[in-house]
Design a protein around this ligand. Structure first.
Ligand code: NZQ
Ligand code: ZN
Length: 386
């Protein structure tokens, strides 16, 4: 096992009717900016619950943060933060609203001229404006981690940022919020969380027995609850297990002491930036090709995953590893998620070359757990995913 340090300061408040606890989490003297997305919270009752809980503090609102949070919209919110002397941010939404809020938390205290530099120059945020979240969509794990991904339509870029200053102070997870989530977004959440585990697991054996079993148990739980969640989002047992699995998939715990890959996300983000494809769906497009292309390097873990998660016990390591890739693809299909780029766009010619060129320009010369996945390999993987 590799050496590691682990600190996750986010307080989780989990369960039915917990949104009312906002009242005790936000400092009484705070001036709060309540941030939300396209307005789903106004239809499903979450907005009313939040407003009731915030009755005793001063609140200003900023709605309209789009899916794949857009830099220019966030710059409008930053102006509100400065003009109104906001002291506390509250994100009410899914990964996009939470990530947008993390960007604002960093940008509010950033001393440089152009906050976009935080993303392009990999500036770690050691201290941000304090913020909390009310999660409305289980998927990204953003509610309990310190990362964010921001999109800039003008340049068709989608870049990551983070730092120890960007953990939420608290996150409220009421699984009942999934009642109103459309099937497409539920499938996205299941796929995103599943792939988060794969990115931290599908590398090479390192004798981290507990981390492997944490990862496998999250995968098994997602597989078990997925059909129930899709069939009936009001099934609280399924909803609560789904929600907690998504958080645990990316709160740092399973990543500790083990190698990580994250190349699937790096390639996937480009597909969202170029074509606007939902984040989770880009992962389902790239992952099968990535595992096929890197078969030799990853086959031992693929075979372990085959045995422990999919109960494939027959055949050689190669047979099991190959079957595991097929099973993963079939699982995505069962969720209603297509796994080829051509299923999403007819305009895919040249995509692989563009992504390889962008990675070269950004000097991303070696991705993956061995830092050896070069842009020409990326080009091949994306082509395999057409
Ligand atoms: O905008 P509103 O009206 O809120 O509607 C949203 C949006 O249209 C809707 N929704 C959310 N909760 C709902 C609901 N509709 C009905 N009822 C509810 N309770 O769902 C749509 C998608 O929301 P979004 O926040 O975009 O989805 P998700 O949580 O999947 O977040 C995706 C973003 O997170 C980033 C992605 O790249 C993408 O930009 N990621 C963030 C990560 C992180 N910070 O750790 C890791 C991930 O790998 C990912 O990259
Ligand atoms: Zn993801």
């Amino acid at each position: 096992m590799n050496n590691f340090e682990f600190k996750n300061p986010t307080k989780i408040i989990f369960g039915k009717d917990t949104i009312e606890k906002l009242e005790t989490e936000i400092p009484k003297d705070a001036k709060v900016l309540l941030l939300y997305g396209g307005g789903s919270i106004k239809k499903n009752g979450i907005y009313d619950q939040v407003k009731t809980a915030l009755a005793k503090v001063e609140v200003i609102e900023f709605g309209g943060i789009p899916a794949n949070p857009e830099y220019s919209t966030l710059m409008d919110a930053l102006k509100v933060i400065k003009d109104e002397n906001i002291t506390y941010l509250l994100a009410v939404g899914g990964g996009s609203v939470i990530d947008g809020t993390k960007f604002l938390s960093a940008a509010a205290l950033y001393e440089g001229d152009t906050p976009w530099d935080i993303l392009t120059q990999n500036i770690r945020t050691e201290k941000g404006m304090p913020f909390g979240t009310v999660l409305t969509l289980p998927a990204t794990g953003s509610e309990m981690n310190s990362g964010a991904v921001i999109t800039r339509a003008e340049t068709k870029e989608k870049l990551a940022m983070g730092g120890p200053g960007l953990f939420p102070e608290f996150s409220i997870l009421d699984p009942q919020v999934i009642n109103s989530i459309p099937e497409r977004q539920l499938a996205n959440g299941l796929t995103d969380a599943f792939t988060h585990v794969l990115e931290q697991y599908m590398t090479y054996p390192i004798e981290a027995l507990l981390q492997d079993r944490f990862a496998e148990s999250i995968l098994q739980t997602i597989i078990e609850v997925a059909p129930k969640v899709l069939k009936d989002p009001t099934d609280y047992k399924a909803a609560s297990n789904f929600m907690w699995s998504c958080t645990m998939a990316l709160n740092g715990l399973i990543q500790k002491g083990v190698p990580g890959d994250w190349a699937v996300h790096a390639m996937g983000h480009e597909l969202t930036a170029m074509f606007g494809i939902d984040h989770a769906r880009t992962l389902a497009v790239i992952a099968p090709s990535h595992y096929k292309f890197n078969f030799e390097a990853k086959k031992e873990k693929l075979a372990q995953y085959a045995e422990r998660v999919w109960n494939i016990t027959e055949g050689s390591i190669d047979d099991k590893a190959y079957a595991a890739i097929q099973k993963t693809k079939a699982f995505f299909h069962e969720l209603g998620i297509d796994t080829k780029l051509s299923d999403y766009t007819k305009d895919y010619e040249g995509t692989a070359e563009t992504i390889a060129k962008r990675f070269t320009e950004r000097k991303w010369m070696g991705l993956g757990e061995h830092q050896s996945l070069s842009p020409d390999m990326v080009e091949k993987i994306v082509k395999m995913a057409y």
